[in-house]
Design a protein around this ligand. Structure first.
Ligand code: SF4
Length: 444
């Protein structure tokens, strides 16, 4: 195997060869050029889909540019979230402070866009110069009569995962502040689905067929008032547990709402997500509806997957995604279409997540935490992977190495959740792996 930084030796494991646990949750090793994003970015991606809120990045323009409408989170109504406003801090603000600039920007933007709430993101430079963002937010809250929430997510203070936690706390300050929505006895909140390419709407339809009300979707197609009412749901259903577990735990502690962890990718996990909700409500009619929904969907889906499975039989896949739950679902989904996972890694998994991931992978699979482009390229060459599943930062790695790529990150425009999502996934994988273009390029 290619050499890697000594500090990272517990973060790379080959199943069947190494007996040690893969260690997750560590800070990135200096010099490793991690694929991870910063704390600010972690908080921004979680809060981004709240469509009727103002999102103001307090910092230099560069921080905001990364989050300007690059995500596929769709809204059925307002679209204020797609604009990433910035206070555009310059040298003079670094010297004299940026609080006045922030105060003026908040007033101007709230007057112009009439948002239901505002999130103010503190970035690295704000942490360095020491602007009192919280006191500016408090002042504007009083003056404008809407919640103005400081998201203290200076990029340097940890990892993207710390940003998730900070975002959960910002959101939690809204939960329980309104009781105006009607609530059914079978109400749930969906946590950790970001409505990429409209996936939330697929899930909402399934739950509706079972008689379940989605009280708040946090944060896909999110609304401030839904989050304010979220404390009245009977159950929190948490996907992407890396980003939303903290909010689920906070809501359990304060409001006594239990939670379950689910995934909506692949047949098995999607079906479990429906059955688990039905079993929570202990309602025979709902269980029956879930059963007939799953049967109908599978009768359509299984024959449709067959041609892809035949063509892809024995092909090898590399996975490098944000969280471990998604990686686990992907290993199962790939197996369903005849493919073998030879690399499985994540940016933010913890040691416990990796035990579960390791358990379902085949012998010889390389498992990796918090990787970098050099390592990932070496692993692809070593294992002969035919496909890379990742996000915007992994796409060039795949194409440079001459193999197919499937985007499974927030930028994608194709729904991959639910039963129709599984079929889209098979088609997408087939199109990229079997593309004739690979006959004309040299695989490295
Ligand atoms: S690391 Fe700091 S400067 Fe870079 S994007 Fe994040 S908050 Fe902005």
């Amino acid at each position: 195997m290619a050499s890697f930084l000594k500090e990272r030796e517990n973060q790379i494991v080959t199943k069947g060869k190494d007996s040690k646990d893969l260690v997750g949750g560590k800070r990135s090793a200096a010099g490793s050029v991690s694929q991870r994003a910063c704390v600010f970015c972690g908080s921004r991606v979680v809060l981004y889909p709240i469509a009727d809120a103002l999102h103001l990045v307090h910092g230099p323009i560069g921080c905001a540019s990364y989050t300007w409408d690059i995500r596929g989170s769709m809204s059925s109504g307002p679209e204020l979230h797609r604009s990433s406003f910035s206070t555009d801090l310059r040298e003079k603000h670094v010297i004299f402070g940026g609080e006045k600039q922030l105060y003026a920007a908040l007033h101007e933007l709230i007057d112009k866009h009439q948002p239901k709430a505002a999130f103010v993101y503190s970035t690295c430079i704000v942490g360095v110069i020491g602007d009192d963002v919280e006191s500016v937010c408090k002042r504007v809250t009083k003056e404008k009569g809407i919640p103005v929430i400081a998201v203290m997510a200076e990029g340097f203070q940890g990892t993207k995962k710390d940003g998730y936690k900070i975002a959960c706390e910002a959101m939690f300050s809204l939960v329980g502040t309104d009781e105006s929505k009607e609530v059914s006895p079978f109400s749930i909140n969906i946590l950790g689905d970001f409505n990429l390419a409209g996936e939330l709407w697929i899930l909402t339809e399934y739950y509706k067929r079972m008689g379940v009300q989605i009280l708040a979707s946090i944060t896909g197609d999110g609304r401030v008032n839904d989050v304010q009412n979220a404390h009245r749901a009977k159950l929190n259903v948490v996907q992407c547990s890396g980003s939303m577990m903290h909010l689920a735990k906070l809501m359990k502690e304060k409001f006594g709402i239990p939670f379950i962890k689910v995934s909506y990718f692949g047949i098995e996990d999607m079906s479990d997500a429906l059955y688990e909700v039905a079993s929570f409500f202990k309602n025979e009619e709902m269980t029956e509806s879930a059963r007939s929904l799953v049967t109908d969907e599978l009768m359509r889906l299984i024959p449709a997957l067959e041609p892809y499975k035949r063509a892809l039989q024995g092909k090898k896949a590399a996975i490098y995604v944000g969280g471990a739950f998604k990686a686990i679902s992907l290993v199962k989904a790939l197996r369903l279409i005849g493919m073998k996972t030879v690399i499985a890694g994540t940016q933010t998994g913890n040691t416990e997540d990796y035990r579960l991931l390791q358990a379902i992978c085949d012998d010889g699979c390389i498992l990796v935490d918090d990787s970098n482009p050099v390592e990932l390229s070496e692993f692809v060459k070593l294992t002969g992977a035919d496909l890379f599943i990742g996000g915007v930062k992994e796409r060039p790695i795949a194409y440079k190495l001459g193999i197919g790529f499937c985007d499974h990150n927030h930028e994608r425009k194709l729904a991959l959740a639910g039963y129709e999502g599984m079929l889209n996934f098979a088609k997408e994988v087939y199109d990229t792996v079997m593309s004739p273009v690979w006959r004309f390029t040299k695989r490295r």
